[in-house]
Design a protein around this ligand. Structure first.
Ligand code: KG4
Length: 335
C-alpha cells in the first residue's frame, strides 16, 4: 500500500513515500541553520518555512520514489504533538491532498512514528516490546503492546532528555541543536571533576531532567563568576554520562519488572553515541534484545510517519477533513 506521508511537527519539513515498512523515498528539508542563530526553534519562523517548502518537498518525494500522485493510496500526516503552527501546515496540506486524490487520510502521533522508525530498519521487530522514546520534547517509557496499542510506564515530569542536552549545551557555548554537538565533544571520560545530581522521582519509571539541567547551568555561571575556566569536553561528557545513567537504569528496570526481553530506542536522542553503546552493553549482559533506528531515521522524518501510518490504517484509524492538529497528546490516546 503506497502511502505519501508528511511530517512538519518542529523544524524539518519532510515528505516520504512508503509501502508497508518499505521506504521508497524520504525527503527532508531542514530549518536548523536558520534557527541556529536564535539558539533554538522559533515557532513562527518554523511555520513559515514549512509553508514555503512543503510543495517542493512533496514533488521531490514522488519523483525520488518514481511514482506520481495517481499511484498514492493514502495520505499519512503527523497531527500531534508538536508546535501547533508547524503541525497545522502539514495537516492542512495533507487534508487538501487526501480530498483532491480521493484517498484516506491517516492521522499519526509523532512519538508512535518515532517508534515505527525501527520497523523500517528491522524486518524482524514486532510488538510486544518495551520502548524508550527520547526526543527534544519527550522522554517516555512505553509498553508497545501492539502496533497501535501503547501503555505508558513512565514519562518526564518536567524537561525532556533532549531539552536537558540542548540547554546545557547552549550554556557550554555550543550551537543548536546542542545534543548533537555535546555528543561530539564529549570525548573525555574523567567523571570525578564535576559532580552532578541523580534526580529523584515519585514514580519509579518517571524522569526529571530540570534539576540536572539547572545544576549544570549554575555550575557554569558560578565558575564564570569565580574566574574558573570550565573544561567543556569533560563537563559535556559528565552530563552525557548522567543522562545515560538515568535513561538506562530506568529502562532496564522497567523491562525486568514487566518481563520484557526486547527493548527499542526511539527519537532524536537515540542517536546519542554513548546511549547506544552503553545500552547495547547492558542489554547484552541482561540477555535482552536491543533495537535502535539507523541514524538517518533517529531525527524527524516522514518515512517513519508512513510506516506507522500503515499500521494505523490497518487498525482503522483514519480521519475525515475535520482533522485538527494538537500541540499535546499522550502516545496512548484513544482514537
Ligand atoms: O526526535 P527529534 O529530532 O525531534 C523531536 O521530536 O523533538 O529530537 C531532537 C532532539 C534534540 O534535543 C537534539 O539535541 C537531540 O534530539 N539529539 C541528540 C543527538 N542527536 C540529536 N541528543 C544527544 N545526542 C545526540 N547525538
Amino acid at each position: 500500500m503506497k502511502i505519501l506521508s508528511i511530517e512538519s511537527s518542529c523544524d524539518e519539513t519532510s515528505v516520504a513515500v512508503t509501502d508497508g515498512r518499505q521506504v521508497l523515498s524520504n525527503i527532508i528539508a531542514t530549518q536548523i541553520p536558520e534557527h541556529q542563530i536564535y539558539g533554538g526553534v522559533v515557532p513562527e519562523i518554523a511555520s513559515r518555512r514549512h509553508t514555503e517548502a512543503i510543495s517542493a518537498v512533496c514533488n521531490e518525494a514522488l519523483l525520488s520514489a518514481g511514482i506520481t500522485y495517481k499511484d498514492i493510496e493514502a495520505i499519512a500526516v503527523t497531527f500531534a504533538p508538536g508546535l501547533i503552527g508547524a503541525l497545522l501546515v502539514g495537516v492542512n496540506f495533507a487534508k487538501g491532498l487526501a480530498l483532491s486524490l480521493g484517498v484516506p487520510l491517516i492521522p499519526v502521533h509523532h512519538l508512535r512514528s518515532h517508534i515505527a522508525a525501527n520497523y523500517a530498519d528491522n524486518e524482524e521487530l514486532k510488538p510486544p516490546f518495551l520502548c524508550l522514546t527520547v526526543s527534544g520534547g519527550n522522554s517516555v517509557i512505553t509498553e508497545v503492546l501492539d502496533y497501535t496499542k501503547f501503555n505508558i510506564l513512565g514519562e518526564t515530569t518536567d524537561d525532556a532528555a533532549g531539552e536537558c542536552f540542548d540547554k546545557t549545551a547552549r550554556a557550554l557555548g555550543l550551537s543548536y541543536p546542542g545534543g548533537v554537538h555535546l555528543d561530539k565533544i564529549a570525548t573525555v571520560s574523567d567523571f570525578k571533576k564535576y559532580s552532578l545530581p541523580y534526580p529523584h522521582t515519585e514514580r519509579e519509571f518517571d524522569f526529571s531532567f530540570s534539576g540536572l539541567k539547572t545544576s549544570v547551568i549554575n555550575l557554569i555561571h558560578n565558575s564564570k563568576q569565580k574566574g574558573i575556566e570550565i573544561d567543556v569536553p569533560v563537563l559535556a561528557a559528565t552530563v552525557r554520562e548522567r543522562v545515560c545513567d538515568i535513561l538506562i537504569d530506568k529502562t532496564l528496570s522497567a523491562a525486568r519488572q514487566n518481563g520484557y526481553k526486547t527493548i527499542v530506542l526511539a527519537g532524536g536522542v537515540s542517536a546519542n553515541s554513548e546511549l547506544r553503546r552503553r545500552m547495547s552493553e547492558e542489554c547484552e549482559k541482561a540477555d535482552i534484545k536491543l533495537f535502535f533506528p539507523s541514524l538517518k531515521y533517529c531525527g524527524d522524518n516522514a518515512a517513519m510517519v508512513g510506516v506507522q501510518g500503515y499500521y494505523e490504517f490497518l487498525s482503522g484509524n483514519t480521519s475525515d477533513v475535520t482533522l485538527n492538529a494538537c500541540a499535546t497528546m499522550p502516545i496512548d490516546y484513544r482514537e
